[in-house]
Write a protein that binds this ligand. Structure first.
Ligand SMILES: NC(=O)CC[C@H](N)C(=O)O
Length: 266
């Protein structure tokens, strides 16, 4: 099986790049952490990679708005790189985790092709309670073309963010996204929780996101952004109650996402 090469993009304030690269490597990929300034110096570096991953953290200190500055830098200096991974020949993948999803949202690649009643079809806003929130959440996968979520029904993952509330500009945006399978990942009520479009109470929905949205993809399913952290649950012993389980699964819930990415290139 060809080993895909993953570009894990770093910027000042990124803090999940090591774990994310490790998760991809455990899944069978070759992952390299590359600083955004190295790519600006040498844009041709991008041609080494099949997957672009924007990891979590506080890029540029979350100044102005989380993800805003890195997104602007990418748009100004590396639009060709973004275009190659997002569109290109349709043979590459893009994953944004937490701050990475924030960057993808600010770039507009996760809401491409949607009706836009105001300046953007959707955005990420501050959590309803106005604070940084760090907790484990139950997630359910909706019917979706998302490559990363193939075969996954549920996950239990940590979330850790302040600006993670997905807000759509209109009901039409949400309907279109759901129709295209783009509302891929939702906060759910416990392990058996189903997809629910009615906003679940805190802490089930930790930020008040519309339709309990935790992750969205583009229309092709190759570009995916999620607020929870799959790279923080790739081993069974990272589960908060692992010592109380009689049997351990082979991997933590997040691992399947990284394996799906690797398998897509097989
Ligand atoms: N874990 C993260 O990537 C945090 C994202 C961002 N800094 C926020 O607080 O919203």
């Amino acid at each position: 099986m060809p080993q895909p090469r993953v570009l894990v993009l770093r910027a000042p304030g990124t803090n999940c790049d090591e774990e994310t690269a490790f998760a991809f490597e455990q899944a069978g990929a070759i992952a390299e952490r590359v600083h955004v300034n190295r790519l600006i110096e040498n844009p041709a570096l991008k041609d080494r990679y099949q997957v672009l991953c924007l990891p979590g953290g506080f890029s540029y200190g979350d100044d102005i708005a989380a993800g805003r500055i890195l997104a602007t830098k990418l748009r100004q200096h590396l639009s060709d790189l973004v275009d190659t991974f997002v569109h290109g020949n349709g043979d590459r993948l893009v994953l944004g985790i937490c701050n990475g999803m924030q960057v993808l949202m600010r770039l507009g690649v996760l809401t491409e092709g949607l009706p836009s009643p105001v300046d953007a079809p959707a955005t990420l806003s501050w959590n309803d309670h106005g604070r940084f929130e760090d907790r484990w959440v139950h997630l359910a996968v909706d019917k979706t073309p998302c490559v990363f979520l193939k075969g996954i029904e549920r996950m239990y993952l940590p979330m850790a963010h302040a600006e993670g509330k997905f807000v759509a500009a209109s009901a039409e945006v949400l309907e279109t996204m759901q129709g295209e399978g783009r509302l891929a990942l939702r906060y759910a009520d416990g392990e058996q929780g189903a997809i629910d479009n009615n906003v679940l109470p805190f802490p089930l929905n930790p930020n008040g996101a519309d339709a309990n949205i935790a992750g969205v993809c583009d229309a092709t399913g190759r570009v995916f952004g999620l607020m929870p952290h799959p790279e923080r649950h790739i081993e069974a012993t990272q589960h908060p109650f692992w010592t109380r389980r009689s049997e351990q699964p082979e991997f933590g819930d997040g691992m399947a996402m990284f394996k799906n990415a690797v398998d897509w290139f097989a």
